[in-house]
Design a protein around this ligand. Structure first.
Ligand code: ADP
Ligand code: MG
Length: 334
């Protein structure tokens, strides 16, 4: 559906996007994840034909986005990071204007206006001034304009930035719904968001693609440190003996003794957590020492993200990081 090949964008002698290649398939929701300054907006602006490239190519349905712009321009709907909304217009006026620019007329325009207003649930505010709308509603209007013309692909640049937790959840739901009828690509620097909505994640740092996989597989494949918390009736000397004999365990920490039971945190960078659990189970039962409790602690996408991008110092400053984390935890707590 979309093929990006060796895409590079330089601003003067600064390389914002560095030899990026990936392929987007039809009918899925893709998350474009990376810290601020990673090159997400630049890449999206190029993919939508709004910004030129320094090198490389973007093809949509086989057509070159720059050389065959006539064939590609109706295939993509775009919500830029800063959507050009006209504050002294109503959503309906604005959408009519965008619809006309997309060459929709008469009944087709009317039908589509109705359709996008209903999909983005802006019916109640469609005749109010955009300047009077909340950020959440403005973002819906921005998404509605992207949907006009019924493009196959919808690209949304940080659609939840600046929204309150309730609005974030509403926009996420809307993105999920859009994914049932469109190919959706959205960017975010919030990991839990991408994890919650998308089927494929592209992680980008310093203009380079550092990972491209399903969220669950990313977790499994790139899991660097699994840990398993074990409660056993073995003594600490017995437990040490058992653990020494298990292949694939990196380290362990005895965390305390509780009512004739010992709690140990076992760490392993090999294999998947269930393999380690099996090994622990049989090793302890072989010594006739029961395991009373066993819990795996999987790495989150957050851990993976940090690991993948940590060689490249994140461009987010402390304040941004703090506010992103705060927002993330607010949403997680809902
Ligand atoms: P993201 O959307 O991931 O936050 P951007 O694509 O906006 O990242 O920016 C990538 C890098 O390119 C950043 O370091 C940014 O400062 C730089 N950049 C973006 N636009 C311009 C521009 N017009 N001129 C110079 N540098 C730019
Ligand atoms: Mg951006």
């Amino acid at each position: 559906m979309i093929t990006v090949t060796n895409l590079t964008k330089c601003y003067g002698d600064f390389t914002a996007v560095d030899d990026l290649s990936f392929e987007i398939q039809e009918g899925r929701v893709y998350g474009f994840l990376g810290p601020n300054g990673a090159g997400k907006s630049t890449t999206m602006n190029i993919m939508t034909g709004c910004l030129s490239t320094t090198a490389g190519q973007v093809k949509i349905d086989g057509y070159d986005i720059f050389e065959e712009a006539d064939q590609t321009k109706n295939l993509i709907g775009y919500l830029p990071e800063f959507p050009p909304l006209y504050m002294n217009e109503t959503p309906l006026e604005y959408l009519k204007f965008v619809g006309a620019a997309k060459e929709l007329k008469n009944k087709e325009l009317e039908d589509q206006l109705q359709e996008v207003v209903s999909r983005t649930k802006i019916g109640d505010v469609k005749n109010k001034l955009i300047s009077k709308l909340s950020k959440g509603y403005r973002q819906r209007v921005g998404i509605a304009q992207a949907l006009l013309g019924n493009p196959k692909v919808i690209i949304l640049d940080e659609p939840t930035v600046g929204l309150d937790p309730i609005q974030i959840i509403e926009i996420r739901d809307l993105i999920k719904q859009l994914g049932q009828t469109h190919t959706v690509i959205f960017s975010s620097h919030i990991l839990s968001e991408v994890q919650a909505i998308c089927e494929k994640v592209l992680i980008i740092a310093k203009g380079r693609l550092v990972a491209f996989d399903e969220p669950e597989r990313l977790k499994k494949l790139l899991l660097t440190s699994n840990s398993v918390s074990v409660v056993t009736e073995a003594s600490s000397a017995e437990a040490e003996e058992v653990l020494k004999g298990i292949e694939g365990i990196d380290s362990w920490e005895i965390q305390g003794a509780e009512e004739e039971a010992l709690r140990i945190l076992v760490k392993s960078s090999h294999g998947i957590p269930t393999d380690i659990c099996r090994k622990l189970f049989f090793a302890f039962s072989g010594r006739e020492k029961a395991i009373l409790e066993m819990t795996t602690q999987k790495a989150s996408l957050e851990d993976i993200f940090i690991e993948l991008t940590e060689e490249e110092p994140a461009a987010m400053n402390e304040d941004e990081r703090e506010s992103a984390q705060k927002r993330e935890s607010e949403v997680d707590n809902l």
